[in-house]
Design a protein around this ligand. Structure first.
Ligand code: 0O2
Length: 210
């Protein structure tokens, strides 16, 4: 095993374990036939090149990566409605299997770019053959609309390396506004959407029973 593989192994384990645990939350809501505030969960270990880019941008020394780069292990939880986000964060706060060390609310305080999301940085204990290793992981909680915008902006950012042409910049700002309004509109008709979804899942169960 080379140095990077050894360094990243506990992060990989943490992402795998957390993905199962966070997806388990969704399954529990489904079993109780209640609206799941969690639509889907994804996770990844940051690629080495991105770790190095971020370290050099922030002036972080290689020996300080584990403490200074908080999102080497990254999880995302997508919700249908903005109000679901606070509920999910509260569920995370109540858990006993990790410790929240920081929360960043980019929903009440959106970033200059237009980015909106709620970030929770946790300290997660990974059990290794050499004992327990506590590592940092970042859980991003966002709506489907916020995720759509962030995914597109992220790929454009990769293409333009942060130096967007003015027209693209303006369009991204307008798209961020549109995503914000979409979330607002969906919240307004939340009750109707949930009734329709409950009706649909009952119908599906009837078909399975038949
Ligand atoms: P990737 O490829 O997703 O891993 P800080 O030191 O706290 O000010 P830091 O460490 O960048 O800053 O933390 P922050 O602000 O919580 O952002 C970490 C991650 O949030 C980013 O990781 C992105 O995933 C996401 N993010 C933050 N701002 C934006 C944005 O303007 N647009 C998009 N699309 N995503 C954003 P990375 O390493 O940048 O990228």
């Amino acid at each position: 095993m080379n140095h990077w593989e050894t360094f990243l192994e506990p992060y990989k384990q943490a992402v795998d374990e957390l993905k199962i645990k966070l997806k388990g939350m969704r399954t529990q809501f489904e079993l109780h036939n209640s609206h799941s505030p969690i639509e889907f969960v994804t996770g990844r270990v940051k690629p080495i090149a991105s770790i190095l880019d971020k370290a050099s941008e922030k002036g972080v020394l290689l020996e300080n990566l584990a403490t200074e780069i908080q999102d080497i292990a990254g999880l995302r939880m997508m919700c249908q409605f903005v109000d679901d986000i606070e509920f999910v964060v509260e569920l995370l706060r109540r858990r006993k299997d990790f410790k929240i060390i920081e929360e960043k609310d980019y929903i009440s305080h959106k970033k200059q770019s237009g980015y909106r999301s709620y970030h929770v940085v946790v300290e997660y204990p990974v059990q290794t053959i050499n004992g327990e290793k506590r590592i940092l992981a970042e859980i991003q909680i966002r709506t489907l609309a916020m995720n759509f915008w962030a995914t597109i902006e992220h790929s454009l950012n990769y293409k333009y390396r942060g130096q967007f042409p003015e027209e693209i910049q303006n369009r991204l700002q307008r798209a961020a506004e549109a995503a914000f309004r979409l979330d607002e509109e969906m919240s307004e008709i939340r009750e109707e959407i949930q009734e329709a979804q409950a009706f649909f899942s009952e119908k599906k169960e009837d078909v399975i029973k038949e």
